[in-house]
Design a protein around this ligand. Structure first.
Ligand SMILES: Cc1cc2nc3c(=O)[nH]c(=O)nc-3n(C[C@H](O)[C@H](O)[C@H](O)COP(=O)(O)O)c2cc1C
Length: 235
């Protein structure tokens, strides 16, 4: 079978645990992933995990990042990143820079306001932005998980442009109705909504069932849940 991956673009907004949760869940769902980590996001990954992300050591650095829990525990997950293909952000000859390269769509997680602007304006200043523009022109699914607060009028206008172009604008905005008890639960909620928008099955969060208070019993993680993002109880 031909490999048809999801492109995951990680830009330099805060929220690198969201990206890790999305990649883990895609792999768990049996999907292939093409990963583009922007230059700026090397700083957020370093800041939020304490570890570098280097193109020359992408597989090792990726495994360490994917296995890290949102609370900082180094081995909260055991991820096999073999189905992740990494592309350097400056590689404008990479597969996802062309519409003829087969992909299912693209998830930008997290999306910086700079990235939002670049995609809205069609700047293609790097592979991440080019791949997002290609996704739009090919009318493939594009999910943009913007992370910034507050939002100025300029960014709001760019987000409207993306919405009108067919993207799903998905603020990285955790909810509390699913019984969140741990940082990972909040991260997984946002990651789960990203996968919902992409139409990929997952068990990252407990869905609303129409009953107030159903989330007060805690998350599935408390009950030893082992969804795609879970390894059972977290400390
Ligand atoms: C530690 C850190 C956190 C940042 N957090 C955000 C953020 O949450 N949202 C945002 O829009 N930009 C944030 N920035 C700024 C972006 O990294 C910056 O605008 C960069 O140019 C984005 O480039 P990129 O879109 O190519 O990744 C942050 C920068 C640093 C160093």
């Amino acid at each position: 079978m031909a490999r048809v991956p999801w492109v995951v673009g990680v830009s330099g907004a805060s929220g690198t645990p969201y990206a890790a949760a999305v990649v883990r869940a895609l792999l768990e769902a049996g999907e292939d992933v093409d990963l583009v980590v922007s230059r700026a996001s090397r700083l957020t990954i370093l800041d939020e995990t304490g570890h570098p992300f280097r193109d020359a050591h992408a597989q090792d650095d990726l495994r360490r990042w994917l296995d890290r829990g949102a609370d900082g525990s180094p081995d909260a997950f055991a991820t096999d990143p073999a189905r992740v293909r990494h592309w350097a952000p400056g590689d404008l000859a990479a597969g996802p820079s062309s519409g003829s390269y087969p992909v299912r769509g693209m998830l930008v997680v997290p999306a910086s306001t700079a990235c939002v602007a670049g995609v809205a304006l069609g700047l293609s200043k790097d592979l991440l932005q080019r791949a997002a523009s290609v996704t739009l022109k090919e009318h493939r699914p594009l999910v943009v998980a913007v992370r910034e607060t507050p939002l100025n009028g300029q960014t709001l206008r760019h987000l409207v442009t993306l919405d009108e172009a067919g993207a799903v604008v998905l603020p990285a905005s955790p909810a509390f109705y699913a019984g969140a008890r741990h940082i990972q639960d909040l991260v997984d909620f946002v990651a789960g909504r990203v996968l919902d928008a992409a139409g990929v099955e997952h068990k990252l969060y407990r869905r609303w069932e129409g009953h107030l208070g159903s989330g007060t019993g805690g998350s599935d993680r408390d009950a030893g849940g082992t969804g795609p993002g879970g390894t059972g109880p977290m400390p």
